[in-house]
Design a protein around this ligand. Structure first.
Ligand code: NDP
Length: 321
């Protein structure tokens, strides 16, 4: 039986509605959450991401403002901008869109963001809060993974979870969240021996690698839940064929549409999990439409959470924002 598809788009939309309702109540009480986005220079992919984030703010009723310093902005100028945003009370969240230009000291800029406004959850203070289970801001994509599991009624406590990838942005915080939720967690990376064997132990397998279709059926225990974080642009026709040309159960009407898009655009977005995994897994997220939409939904949630934490208000569980 093909895997149950976990509906990231629907879950993200539910979270965004819950956040919008909370923002309405807060705004009526005189506190409208506010997000400032810093986008340096002209990176087309970053511009698309920032547009998505600003639009999500509009839909949620969150105040937003964009700061767009030129490509030539110096570390000192960006630090001054961050300091100014740190001081302004109506700004609850500060998001520095990465990557910054190579001449800028990115770590210094990220460290300068007030941890209370660090809606990306990258500041070491928030990393420390996460690992010691104190209230803080949690990175959006890993937090979204947990929401997918919880809202899809996938048990986490006591389960074997394997995370492939150990980045500060996805792999490590995802592993920490799973551990905090009482899973037994293994973190894998490029030096792991017998990666397929380790992955086959997983009841919950998280792929955050950045290699299209690397997780094939041999990596997956029958019935496991597989969460695909990867977002890889596939442009090579042979690679497209390897991923989407087979006769497995995952080959469906949506794959036919994907083929059409690939022919017309010359590229498609693929996850780290090969579509054939749908024949083995018990539940699975797709790319696109899986983890991706959760990232922006969780950014909206984090902005509300920051607004509440900064004012000493209680932050309820996400399902009740
Ligand atoms: P990084 O490149 O920072 O980390 C990749 C991790 O994968 C590293 O820990 C690396 O190991 C590991 N890895 C690479 N190759 C192998 C291999 N052959 N075997 C085992 N492990 C391997 O990537 P990110 O964590 O930033 O992102 C991962 C993926 O998730 C990307 O496709 C990215 O686009 C996507 N992403 C999606 C988001 C979303 O909203 N859906 C948000 C953020 C990222 P090592 O440490 O040893 O090098």
């Amino acid at each position: 039986m093909p895997a149950r598809i976990l509906e990231g788009t629907k879950i993200a939309s539910d979270i965004r509605s819950e956040v919008a309702a909370e923002v309405k109540t807060m705004t009526a009480a005189g506190v409208r959450p506010g997000l400032a986005v810093i986008l340096v220079g002209h990176n087309p992919a970053s511009e698309i991401y920032v547009r998505g984030k600003v639009k999500a703010c509009e839909e949620a009723g969150v105040y937003s403002e964009q700061h767009t310093p030129p490509e030539t902005a110096t570390t000192a100028e960006l630090l001054a901008l961050v300091e100014d945003l740190n001081r302004r009370d109506e700004i609850d969240g500060i998001l520095v869109q990465l990557p910054l230009p190579p001449h800028v000291d990115s770590k210094r800029i990220l460290m300068a963001v007030d941890p209370a406004k660090d809606v990306d959850g990258f500041h070491p203070v928030n990393v420390g809060f996460l690992s010691t289970q104190r209230p803080g801001l949690v990175p959006c994509t890993p937090a979204g993974i947990i929401e997918i599991l919880k809202r899809s009624n996938i048990p986490i406590a006591g389960q074997e979870a394997v995370v492939v990838g150990r980045s500060d942005i996805v792999g490590k915080p995802a592993a920490m969240l799973l551990l905090n939720a009482n899973a037994t967690v293994t973190v894998c990376h490029s030096k792991t021996h017998d990666l397929p064997g380790v992955c086959r132990r997983a009841d919950i397998l998280i792929a955050a690698i950045g290699r299209a279709g690397m997780i094939t059926r041999d990596f997956v225990k029958p019935g496991a839940t597989v969460i695909d974080v990867g977002m890889n642009k596939v442009t090579d026709a042979a690679e497209f064929q390897r991923l989407f040309g087979g006769g497995w159960a995952g080959k469906s009407a949506s794959n036919a549409r994907r083929e059409e898009t690939f022919r017309s655009k010359g590229s498609t977005l693929a996850g780290d999990v090969h579509p054939e995994v749908a024949e083995v897994a018990g539940a699975l997220t797709l790319v696109p439409g899986g983890v991706g939409p959760l990232t922006i939904a969780m950014l909206m949630y984090n902005t509300v959470k920051a607004a509440k934490l900064r004012r000493g208000s209680r932050v309820p569980e996400l399902s009740r924002v």
